[in-house]
Design a protein around this ligand. Sequence first.
Ligand code: HEM
Ligand code: HEM
Length: 171
Amino acid sequence: MSQNSARYSKTMVVIHWLTTLLVLGAWLTAEGGREVAQRPPILHFTLGLAVLALVVPRLILRLAGAAPDMTNQRNWLATAAKIGHGLLYLLLIGLPLTGWYAASRMGVPVSFLGIELPALTTAVQGRPGLIADLHENAGTFILILAGLHAVMAIWHQFVLRDGTLQRMSLR
Ligand code: HEM
Ligand code: HEM
């Protein structure tokens, strides 16, 4: 396969790798159950909300053309990559929002860098419900999907040798 020299803009690259670290951090600091209401995992909230804060400029930049086309690939793998990237974007938005909703449902206040955010729903007694379950499962699913995505990137780089990792690097 030929080299694809088109690359992501520097800002897109920085946001991509920063988001990767934040998602990993959010996953590592996640807690479930009654503990959350008694001792809210502030670091988990902060890292997760930073993911949401970064996905907004990222999508705007993408719409403005900061992501290169997959010009030399028009096969089922390129389609799978597009679906995979779409799903990752969906999770980068959906995860923080469902987490924020789950916290509100538990009556746990959510703040970001010292700014108190409004509750997304009224608090309930007992189990926080379906959205919270969805959040917990999606939180692990994004890690599996990102792992698969990383394996594909490494395969492109070292087996197909098409320079995929260079597209997402600063040099
Ligand atoms: C939580 C972790 C990660 C998330 C959420 C994520 C998400 C994404 C998304 C959404 C894109 C598409 C960007 C766009 O076209 O706008 C992308 C591209 C890319 N990612 Fe990741 N990524 C993660 C981790 C990784 C890791 C660990 C690697 C490498 C080992 C990697 C390598 C790449 C590369 C090379 C591209 C560019 C693909 C292309 O040429 O089109 N990513 N990533
Ligand atoms: C990329 C971002 C995020 C990831 C990967 C993530 C991941 C997770 C995971 C895996 C759990 C389950 C932990 C367990 O059961 O041991 C969890 C729980 C939770 N997360 Fe997140 N989270 C993210 C963002 C957020 C945000 C932004 C908030 C709130 C502002 C939040 C609030 C919560 C709450 C309240 C729970 C407990 C839910 C329950 O016990 O029913 N999360 N998160």
